[in-house]
Design a protein around this ligand. Structure first.
Ligand code: MN
Length: 396
């Protein structure tokens, strides 16, 4: 089995000489390594000491050493081309199916320590009202994300040379108790934001955004919200239960987690149980943008207005994949016809560039209704766009 590992890079990040990296690697006699298990504390402490160059260690003189070492099939491309940050390997050197499945083939670590951005999965779907399956969303989004590359030539974004990102795995949700899951999610995200890290989350059904926003508001105060969805998710209760994927934003309002004048909901549509299903949202001060008001239009002008609405205060992006038309994203639990297009989704997320984005999620991918994998692939792309839209990211 051809392999690659991160041991040499770990040694490098710990400040040891390149020769030590070689020694470490040589000590490992087995040729079956895991990919991406390095930690980034050293890198980050350097990043914080040099805020002008986030995520950057001084370039080492040993690129050619690693390059020649790589030809022995030991090291990932990120060691060859850039030992300064968590840059995923290029498919020029590491085939896409190679390696433990992590988001964007980033390193995996078990906490957000030292990171600017953490990808985190929340494999919960016990809050779904219709088709279940979003518990498998994070795994499939990660699998499809191996197609994603390093740069975003459309926006000029260079995320991996701007910040330190990693995949920190999944929240250990309790599939038998939704309230306990919410507690676990809240506590997990409290830790992430306490460490000064921006979470980008792979859902999971939309219930998860409620405990995530509890943690976000504890850190930032009430946040603005760019919410893309077919549904407002502001129901009060169902079957007597106040927590499920139809109520997260009502619960957020109840607890003062949202800056309601800075909430926009885009892509809303579908049949309802009342004649005026959007009254609650508008009464709170939300801007509700119906799907039919988006049909056949560029959303660039809308997003210019949204940026004004959001100002420079903290904003969270919550993207429910069912905001997109089910022709493009069939793998979801509560599909509604006549939704947004993928290009409109790009306009929305790219339109958030310049905002003070403090976190984001991509929820409701349910892979079993998605024979092609396109829904998860779309989800992975939209998370990449969120990464590229973060304020720390350099653009050319
Ligand atoms: Mn939703």
């Amino acid at each position: 089995m051809e392999i690659f590992c991160s041991l040499g890079r770990k040694a490098l990040l710990q400040g040891k000489a390149c020769q030590n990296s070689l020694a470490v690697a040589k000590q490992v006699s087995c040729r079956t390594f895991l990919t991406g298990t390095c930690r980034s504390q050293q890198l980050s402490s350097n990043s914080r000491a040099n805020p002008g160059r986030p995520g950057c260690l001084p370039r080492t003189p040993c690129g050619s050493f690693f390059e020649s070492f790589y030809t022995g099939s030991f090291l990932p491309h990120r060691l060859l081309s850039d030992a300064r940050s968590n840059v995923p390997p290029s498919a020029e050197f590491v085939a896409r199916p190679v390696g433990v499945c992590s988001m964007f083939k980033l390193p995996i670590q078990n906490s957000a320590e030292g990171l600017d951005v953490a990808f985190v999965g929340v494999p919960l779907d016990t809050g779904t009202s219709n088709r279940p399956g979003a518990r498998f969303g994070p795994r499939h989004i990660r699998a499809e994300s191996s197609l994603m590359r390093l740069f975003n030539p459309s926006t000029g974004a260079d995320p991996y040379h701007s910040l330190v990102a990693a995949d920190i795995g999944d929240v250990n949700v309790n599939l038998y108790n939704l309230k306990d899951s919410c507690r676990r999610i809240r506590e997990a995200f409290q830790k992430i934001v306490t460490q000064g890290c921006v979470p980008l989350t792979l859902g999971g059904d939309h219930t998860i955004t409620y405990p995530i926003l509890q943690a976000m508001a504890e850190k930032h105060g009430p946040v603005g919200l760019v919410h893309v969805d077919a549904h407002t998710d502001t129901g009060d209760k169902a079957l007597g239960e106040k927590i499920y994927h139809g109520t997260p934003f009502r619960r957020c309002v109840d607890e003062g987690l949202l800056d309601c004048k800075r909430v926009v909901q885009i892509g809303i549509r579908g049949s309802s149980y009342t004649q005026d299903p959007y009254k609650y949202c508008r009464d709170q001060g939300f801007r509700v943008v119906l799907a039919e008001d988006c049909w056949m239009k560029s959303l660039v002008p809308l997003m210019a207005e949204v940026r004004k609405q959001m100002g420079d205060k903290p904003v969270y992006i919550s993207f429910d994949i069912d905001g997109i038309d089910p022709a493009y994203a069939p793998g979801t639990g509560t599909p509604e016809i006549a939704g947004l297009t993928p290009s409109q989704a790009l306009e929305i997320i790219r339109g958030c560039q310049g905002l003070n984005i403090v976190g984001g999620d991509l929820v409701e991918v349910a892979p079993m209704y998605d024979a092609s994998g396109n829904t998860a692939l779309l989800g992975a792309n939209l998370l990449f766009e969120m990464l590229c839209a973060l304020p720390q990211v350099k653009r050319t």
